[in-house]
Design a protein around this ligand. Structure first.
Ligand SMILES: Cc1ncc(COP(=O)(O)O)c(C=O)c1O
Length: 384
């Protein structure tokens, strides 16, 4: 069993340097600033906001992202995220969840059961998914997923299959077309603000183009976003048809990570997540050090930053290699000596490449204040 999970409460009141390792640390003031900024941006634009629960998967962050009832809808990538958020429905703060993967057969009975507790909307990207809905007691609200360049889920607006799907949904007794949804996953590859802004405009153009395939002027929601494009949402200048309402979705934005910093639209200091690890061994002959955070903790995610994680207080040192539980620190800039930099028995804090994946490795998160004192622990929802 994970020691941090078993004993998490006993670390409240202690300094982050006293945590067992590896540990996942959340800086509460930074998380709050990141959320406040996005809430202010969508308020200025007057558009709706729908947080995705996939990054930290806890009640505490969901409450913060919803602004305690200011925003009332979420998107979830797993059933446990929906189930975990249900207390907020009971509290009157949450109305609706989109299941964020195009619907598949084995999940439908679980989503159907959940409809007694919360409104569930589905994503579709194929006519072959419509027969799965046949026989449902009540028609499902559906968003058609548009591929705006990520080449993950969705149909491109130039695909004849998109028009077919729009027509099939319009004709179905079991589906109500609520709108179009795209996720700019590929915006993680941007390296300048100008590129991210261009991608944001492209997202909007594409969902608006998709909306033009609908046969009548019914009200539609077009839901766009990904954390990089959400970071520049204040640059939005697109005009929308009168029947179309814009909604922004984002999930990673409270935490940020090296991938977000790489896009050049968020400063390195706005990362709210760190991993604590021990210096286990130091090897002067190869100028490297061993830490107890490997691929399970840090993942093999890439960004503009080298390796698998950056040492927070030693920016020239990165995690250069990982195996399951071992990580190797190396000097990637300059010629600093490992023996002068790290000592066996010390702790290091690391920024990770992708906080969503790193968070998934942990069963308890330690929440710290501006002085790095643990003020709370959050327990994430696990599983699929
Ligand atoms: C369907 C969908 N919507 C929204 C998001 C949120 O994206 P981000 O974490 O970049 O904000 C994701 C993330 O993977 C997603 O898969």
């Amino acid at each position: 069993m994970d020691h941090a999970f078993e004993n998490h409460k006993e670390y409240i009141g202690r300094h982050a340097l006293e945590l067992p390792t590896p540990s996942f640390i959340i800086n509460k003031p930074t998380i709050e600033q990141n959320i406040k900024k996005l809430h202010a941006d969508v308020a200025t634009l007057g558009i709706a906001f729908r947080p995705h629960l996939k990054t930290l998967k806890t009640l505490e962050i969901t409450r913060l992202m919803l602004g305690n009832g200011l925003h009332r809808n979420v998107v979830c990538s797993t059933v446990p995220e929906i189930v975990g958020a249900l207390p907020l429905v009971k509290e009157g703060l949450l109305d609706e969840a989109i299941f964020g993967m195009p619907v598949y057969k084995s999940v439908l009975p679980r989503l159907t059961a959940l409809r007694q507790s919360i409104t569930i909307d589905l994503l579709l990207d194929s006519c072959d998914q419509l027969p799965l809905l046949e026989g449902s007691d009540t028609a499902w609200n559906v968003f058609i997923k548009i591929d705006v360049g990520a080449r993950r889920a969705g149909l491109t607006t130039d695909s004849p299959r998109l028009k077919e799907l729009v027509q099939a949904v319009e004709a179905s007794k079991f589906a109500n077309l609520k709108g179009f949804y795209c996720h700019a996953n590929h915006s993680y590859g941007c390296r300048t603000e100008a590129d991210v802004t261009e991608m944001l405009q492209h997202e909007v153009e594409e969902v608006v183009a998709a909306a033009s395939f609908v046969s009548d002027m019914r009200s539609l929601i077009v839901s766009i976003g990904a954390t990089p494009t959400a970071h520049v949402i204040e640059k939005l200048s697109e005009k929308l048809p009168s029947n179309v309402a814009l909604e922004l979705h984002a999930g990673n934005f409270p935490t940020n990570d090296l991938q977000q910093v790489s896009t050049d639209v968020v400063p390195i200091t706005q990362q709210a997540i760190r991993v604590a690890a021990d210096i286990v061994s130091v090897y002067p002959e190869r100028n490297e050090a061993l830490i107890n955070a490997g691929v399970i903790v840090l993942a093999r995610e890439a960004s503009g930053f080298p390796g698998h994680g950056k040492v927070v207080d030693q920016h020239n040192w990165d995690v250069v290699r990982v195996s399951q539980e071992h990580g190797i620190l190396g000097c990637t800039n300059g010629d600093e000596k490992v023996g002068d930099t790290f000592k066996v028995g010390e702790k290091v804090f690391l920024w990770c490449q992708h906080s969503c994946i790193t968070a998934a490795a942990f069963y308890a998160y330690f929440v710290v204040d501006e002085d790095d004192i643990v003020i709370d622990t959050w327990i994430p929802w696990k599983g699929w």
